[in-house]
Design a protein around this ligand. Structure first.
Ligand code: PMP
Length: 354
């Protein structure tokens, strides 16, 4: 830390992204990326015609993409906000809807960035414990008097709330904003988008990074009542109006035009998830009922950190969290069937060594 860093950030602990070691070629199952390339239409759209326009700023309103998203999700353009990855939208949401008098509430075990944003903006955060089985007790969020943030499916547990449960939470916080982070919704959970027509306090945040194979493009969007979208735009136009580059914008539009491609990829991921889960269970693992593109798994014979380190030494990266409550587990991204078979065979080697 330099002596110049503002004192308000002196104790800030930044988010740690999943590692990207370069010492060897790994089977990378640690950051919940899609194992599939973007659709051929996306690859075509980000071609030389678009590159030739890079001397010009992109459309700050992202009109063409916003229009397409509105069409896809059956809402109006005024209900859609697009940004540079969903992290950007979560960041803007903490900026817009939390302050020192309006804290945040989110599950104690969830996406680690929520706490970082809260700390960044000096927002008091109430971390609500999960039940013993890692599920969310929805009544814990009723009348929170805080901005509520819930990942559905939750990360890293993969457990999903039903649409009814989400609605109960939204209804019971009518005077506060409820952010439902649907980064993983396309792998088997129910989206709360339809509720945005009924409730003016709900923001549904989604990403292109997982179910649309565009993590490297950085694109996310939110759907909400027009007044909440207008608030997000206030923050965007006060920070970085051109926050989606031209190539990503073109990729985002083209991917909506190839919905069948992504549907097939996501179906494959859900099937490979169930296959891998069953195979790990055969090997004595305990897993949650994940609806996401990852599994949350433990095997007490190996131990969480040891499993992570042993897999890494054998060329397979998964994610381990040091938090006491989940340190026995690892989070395993679902790759292709071939990648998961490598994970399983390395797991067999590890089991035979313990
Ligand atoms: N929400 C959750 C729950 C996530 O796991 C992630 C991915 N790390 C994000 C949001 C952010 O995704 P992105 O910024 O790539 O859209």
């Amino acid at each position: 830390m330099s002596k110049f860093l503002s004192r308000r950030f002196s104790s800030l602990v930044p988010y740690t992204p999943g590692e990207q070691p370069r010492d060897m070629e790994y089977v990378k199952l640690n950051t919940n990326e899609s194992p599939f390339e973007p659709s051929p239409k996306v690859i075509e759209a980000v071609g030389s015609d678009e590159v030739k326009k890079l001397n010009l700023y992109p459309d700050p309103t992202g009109k063409a993409l916003t229009q397409k998203l509105a069409e896809t999700y059956g809402v109006e353009e005024e209900n859609v906000f697009i940004s540079n990855g969903s992290d950007d939208i979560l960041n803007f949401s903490f900026m817009a809807f939390c302050d020192k008098d309006k804290g945040a509430a989110f599950p104690e075990i969830s996406y680690g960035f929520y706490e970082v944003y809260a700390d960044l903006y000096g927002v008091d955060s109430k971390k609500i414990p999960l039940k013993e089985d890692f599920s969310i007790n929805i009544s814990d969020y009723f009348g929170a008097k805080r901005t509520v943030v819930i990942a559905n499916p939750n990360a890293p547990t993969g457990l999903a709330l039903s649409l009814n449960e989400v609605e109960e939470i939204v209804k019971a916080n009518a005077d506060d904003v409820v952010i439902i982070d649907e980064a993983y919704v396309d792998f088997g959970a129910e989206s709360a988008v339809p509720l945005t027509k009924k409730y003016n306090n709900l923001i549904v945040v989604m990403t292109y990074s997982k179910s649309r194979s565009l993590a490297g493009g950085r694109l996310g969007f939110a759907i909400a009542h027009k007044d909440l979208i207008s608030d997000l735009n206030t923050i965007k136009y006060s920070t970085n109006p051109y926050n989606i580059n031209r190539l990503t914008m073109a990729a985002g539009i083209a991917s909506l035009e190839d919905a069948d491609y992504y549907k097939a990829c996501n179906k494959n991921t859900a099937e490979v998830r169930e296959y891998t889960k069953a195979e790990l269970e055969k090997r004595g693992f305990v897993l949650t009922d994940s609806k996401a593109n990852f599994l949350f798994a433990k095997n007490d014979k190996i131990g969480g950190e040891n499993y992570y380190l042993s897999l890494k030494s054998k060329g397979v990266l998964v994610r381990h969290f040091k938090n006491d409550k989940i340190k026995d587990y690892v989070r395993i991204t679902i790759g292709t069937k071939e990648q998961m078979d490598i994970l399983l065979s390395k797991t067999d080697e590890i089991l035979s060594e313990v």
